[in-house]
Every structure is written in C-alpha cells, then in structure tokens.
Write a protein that binds this ligand. Structure first.
Ligand code: HEM
Length: 308
C-alpha cells in the first residue's frame, strides 16, 4: 500500500473512531443519504477492515477489541451471527473455551486457528483445516509450539513456548506472518499472550525480545555465510561423504568456487564445511584443511571422524 493510500485509510479510521460505540452509524447514515444503505455499509466496513488489518500487520496497533457476547449484542440483528462478523471492523477477544467453538465441526461457529494469541479465520483453507483434514488439529486452539516442534499430540499442541531456541522463535514468527498474509485476522485469545482487555502480556513482550535476538543472530549467520559459503555435500554408502565447491554452493552466488575447508565455529565444538578463496584459507585460524585432501582441490572425500 502506498503512503497516500495509507494516509487516507488512517483518516477514515480516525473519523470513525469517534463513533466506536456504533460502528455502523457512519455507513448507515451515508448509505441512507445515498439511498444505497447496504452497498455503502459494505464498502465502508470493508475499508475499516482493511485499514485495521493494515495497521495491525504493519504497526501492531489494534484499534478495538470486544468480548464475543458484548460484540454480538451490539450488532444490528442482521449482523448478529459469526458468519456476518467478518463484515465488521471490530475484532474479537475470545477465551480459550470460546475459541474451541470454532473448530469447523458440525454446529460450530466457524473455522479458526490461533497462533501467538492471534486468531485467524482459516475457512478459506478448509481443505487443510476442516474436520478429517491433515491440519484439523490446529483449529479452535492456540497450538503455537507445535508449529515448530512438529509434535501434534494433545500435549504438543500448546501455547507454552518455554525452552524453544531462537531459531524456533524465528520459525514460529514465520508462521504468524504466513497466517497474516494468507488468512483473515479476526482477534485475540485471552490468556498466554493477551490479557482480558486485549493488552500484550509479559509472555508476548518476551517473545518479541527473543525475536529481535533471533533476527540479529540470523543476520550475523547470513554475513558469515556470504563470507564463507557452505559446501555442497553428498553421501555414498561405499565411499562416505564428499564436500565440494561451486560458484553457487550454499545458495550464495559468487564469481569464484573456492576450496573446501573445515570451519570451526568459535566458542562451540561445532564445525561445518566452508568454501573459501585459497588466499583466505591460510589467513583464518578457524579454517582447517581436510586430512588427505589436496589443499588446492575443489572437492574432498572426508572420513566420518573428520566431519565434526
Ligand atoms: C513442523 C512440521 C509441520 C507443520 C507445523 C506443518 C504445517 C502445515 C500447515 C499449517 C499447512 C496448511 C497451510 C495453509 O494454510 O495453506 C500445511 C500444508 C502442507 N503441508 Fe505441512 N507442516 C509440517 C510438516 C510437513 C511435512 C514434513 C510435510 C511433507 C512430508 C508437509 C506437507 C504439507 C503439504 C503437502 C501441505 C499442503 C497440503 C495441500 O496442499 O493439500 N508438512 N502444513
């Protein structure tokens, strides 16, 4: 969205904000004036919806949240059903119990997935999430941990993130971004990540601090990969492991291929195979030649004992 469009969208939000106890007032009045109540209503509520989603996605600002029962009781009769809910710009605040009612089974209120306390309407992906489908277990709950652990058991499907690595935190965030991009955001779950007023909890603040750390680490790793691109690797039952360098190995395009070296990761016992330009190979004490491999060769067979 361009800056101009964003500014107009913000103006709409501010002008509507003052009428927040009756979100349909402006569209209805304008619509009556124009003689197109429903059309005007739809146009405006869709615009509010887009604006609030834009704000949430880009700034994290949430304009307005309401408990489910209060929300429905305030709506005009024709909008008092979950199916019509998405027409409004207001967002739901659901308890875990209420969220359970959105698992897509017969008689349920809809098909929702929650991740990191944010709730998304996944009815557009009912082939993945509907009853009997592969990812049905994610519906009606916040199973954040399972998105990175791959443990889809009842105990694995939890919003408890304790003990996850920074890489997992980053992985989880990628899923959040996926849902923000592909599905409609509908509200928040009260509990682990949001309190009963929809405010961020300490757990969510902690998550964002971890995410910053993870992003810094990732940037350092990316820089290191550019400096020392990873080697290609193959394994053959009878011959063992071969590492070799090409101008694209490790997904890093460059004008040189380099020679394989064992790169020790400082402060750890870990090492990996890096492609280095022959002159750099002698300068860095963390780089070691592979035993039995010609130092000028772009390919080396390595013994299992030399891999670590
Ligand atoms: C941590 C492990 C995994 C998680 C959390 C996960 C999660 C998901 C989710 C949420 C979707 C639905 C995406 C959407 O809304 O469009 C999906 C789709 C899919 N996943 Fe996974 N998945 C995992 C592992 C795997 C693995 C190991 C495979 C393959 C062996 C796989 C194959 C697929 C396929 C093929 C689809 C698309 C299904 C289709 O188009 O019908 N997933 N996955």
């Amino acid at each position: 969205m361009g800056t101009g469009t964003a500014i107009s969208v913000f103006v709409i939000i501010i002008s509507v904000g003052v009428h927040q106890y009756n979100p349909f007032l402006i569209p209805t009045l304008l619509g009556k004036g124009l003689g197109y109540t429903r059309v005007a209503h739809r146009l405006f509520t869709d615009a509010f919806d887009k604006a609030t989603n834009y704000l949430y996605t880009n700034t994290g600002i949430d304009l307005r949240y309401e408990r489910e029962d209060e929300f429905y009781s305030k709506q005009k009769p024709e909008f008092q059903s979950p199916a019509k809910m998405h027409k409004s710009y207001a967002k739901l605040l659901l308890t875990k119990q209420e969220l359970k009612q959105y698992d897509g089974t017969e008689g349920s209120k809809g098909l929702y997935v929650a991740i990191l306390g944010s709730v998304f309407d996944v009815s557009a992906g009912k082939d993945h999430y509907g009853p009997g489908c592969s990812y049905h277990f994610f519906t009606g709950i916040d199973g954040s941990r399972a998105f990175v652990s791959g443990d889809f058991s009842e105990t694995g499907l939890t919003d408890d993130l304790s003990g996850l690595s920074n890489k997992d935190i980053k992985g989880l965030w990628k899923w959040v971004e996926f849902y923000k991009n592909d599905y409609k955001y509908v509200g928040k779950v009260i509990g682990k990540f949001y309190d009963s007023k929809g405010r961020k909890t300490r757990d969510l603040e902690d998550f964002y601090s971890r995410l910053k750390e993870a992003e810094k680490e990732e940037a350092l790793e990316d820089n290191e990969k550019k400096k020392y691109p990873p080697c290609n690797v193959e394994w053959k039952k009878d011959k063992g492991t071969r590492v070799w360098c090409t101008p694209n190995s490790g997904g890093i395009s460059r004008h040189w291929a380099g020679v394989p070296r064992k790169l020790h990761e400082p402060g750890t016992k870990n090492s990996r195979c890096a492609c280095v330009e022959p002159k750099t190979a002698v300068e860095d004490p963390n780089l070691n030649e592979y035993p039995g491999c010609n130092p000028g060769s772009d390919s080396c067979w390595i013994k299992d004992s030399d891999k670590k």
